[in-house]
Design a protein around this ligand. Structure first.
Ligand code: ZN
Length: 301
C-alpha cells in the first residue's frame, strides 16, 4: 500500500502549499482522495497515470477539498477517456459538477457515475474481491465523511517444501491455496495448515479530514495501520479549533492513541505557522509514531 500526498494544507492554494488531495495505491487500485485546486498539476508532478484513476472519494464540499474535480473530470474527457469514473461524495456533488458541464456544453464522453452520500452512520461504499471502502462520519461545518480503506485477507500461501514432501501433484496447488485439505493416495488426510503459510496481514488506512475533535470515530478506526488525521491548528490556537470545527495536533494524537493505530500522519495544516515540525513535536507528547504529510511526499504503508 502506498500513499502519495498531493496536497495537505488548509484553505487557499499558495506557491508552495496545495489544498487536500492524495492518491492511495491499494492492491490494484489507485484511489484519489479529495481533489483540491491544483490536483492535476500535482498528479503530473507525481507521474501518476490519469487513466488508472477510476474512483474518487470526496470528503466534503468545501472548496479546498473538491475545486480540482471539475477540471479533472474535464481533462479526462480531453484525454479521450472511455472507462467509467466513479465519484463518491456528499449529496449535491452531482449537481455542482454537472451544472459546470452543462453550461460549458462539455458532457463527458465516458460514463461519469456519482454515488451521493447522506448517511450519518458509517456505510460501505465500495467493495470488490481485494478491498473495501467505508465512510467515517466526521464533525465539520458541513456534512463530511472520512474514508476507511481496508485490504481483504489474501489467499493462503503455498508451502512448496511441505507439498513436495508429500509428493502432492501440482494440479492440487490452487485447491491448497484456497484452503482445502488434501487426501493422499494412501488415504492420509493432510490438513491445509500443514501445507500453507498464513497470508500477509491485511492493511488498513483511515483518512479523517476535516473534523473537529471527536471520539465518535475511535471505534471505526480502531487498530488501523495508518491514520491520516487533520491538524489544522496547534494548541496555541485551541480556541479556534472547535469554532471552525477543526482539530489541533494534540487532539489528533489523542485520537490516534485511543484508537491504537500503528502510525499517525498529520495534515491539513493552517499556513499561519512558520514550521510544520511544531505539529509533530506537539503530537508526540501524546503519541510517538507521528509523521507529517507534505505536498509531494510518499509513504509506503
Ligand atoms: Zn472543510
Amino acid at each position: 500500500m502506498k500513499l502519495n500526498i498531493l496536497g495537505c494544507y488548509a484553505a487557499t492554494p499558495r506557491s508552495l502549499n496545495n489544498p487536500t488531495a492524495q492518491v492511495l495505491e491499494i492492491k490494484n487500485h489507485l484511489f484519489l482522495i479529495d481533489c483540491g485546486e491544483g490536483t492535476q498539476v500535482q498528479l503530473r508532478k507525481s507521474k501518476v497515470r490519469f487513466s488508472r484513476i477510476n474512483h474518487i472519494f470526496i470528503s466534503h464540499l468545501h472548496g479546498d477539498h473538491f475545486f480540482g474535480l471539475p477540471g479533472l473530470v474535464s481533462t479526462f474527457r480531453l484525454l479521450g477517456r472511455k472507462t467509467p469514473l466513479h465519484v463518491y461524495g456528499p449529496k449535491g456533488i452531482k449537481e455542482a459538477i454537472t451544472l459546470l458541464l452543462k453550461l460549458g456544453d462539455s458532457w463527458t464522453n465516458y460514463p461519469l457515475l456519482f454515488h451521493e452520500l447522506t448517511s450519518s452512520e458509517s456505510e460501505l461504499v465500495f467493495e470488490d474481491n481485494t478491498v473495501t471502502v467505508s465512510t467515517i462520519p466526521l464533525q465539520h461545518r458541513v456534512y463530511t465523511n472520512g474514508f476507511l480503506f481496508k485490504e481483504k485477507p489474501g489467499q493462503r500461501q503455498l508451502n512448496v517444501a511441505a507439498a513436495e514432501k508429500y509428493s502432492i501433484d501440482r494440479c492440487y496447488y490452487q485447491n491448497i491455496k484456497n484452503g482445502r485439505d488434501i487426501r493422499l493416495e494412501d488415504n492420509r488426510l493432510i490438513a491445509n495448515a500443514e501445507l500453507t503459510f498464513d497470508p500477509p496481514k491485511p492493511k488498513s488506512y483511515a483518512f479523517c479530514s476535516d473534523t473537529a475533535y471527536t471520539t465518535s470515530i475511535v471505534p471505526l478506526i480502531k487498530d488501523v495501520d495508518v491514520l491520516y488525521h487533520e491538524a489544522t491548528f496547534l494548541e496555541t490556537e485551541k480556541d479556534l479549533a472547535p469554532k471552525t470545527k477543526h482539530a489541533t495536533a494534540k487532539e489528533a494524537a489523542s485520537i490516534a492513541k485511543a484508537a491504537n493505530v500503528g502510525q499517525l500522519i498529520l495534515g491539513h495544516f493552517s499556513t499561519r505557522y512558520k514550521s510544520i515540525e511544531l505539529f509533530k513535536e506537539e503530537a508526540q507528547t501524546i503519541f510517538s509514531n507521528v509523521a507529517l504529510a507534505d505536498d509531494g511526499k510518499e509513504f509506503q504503508l
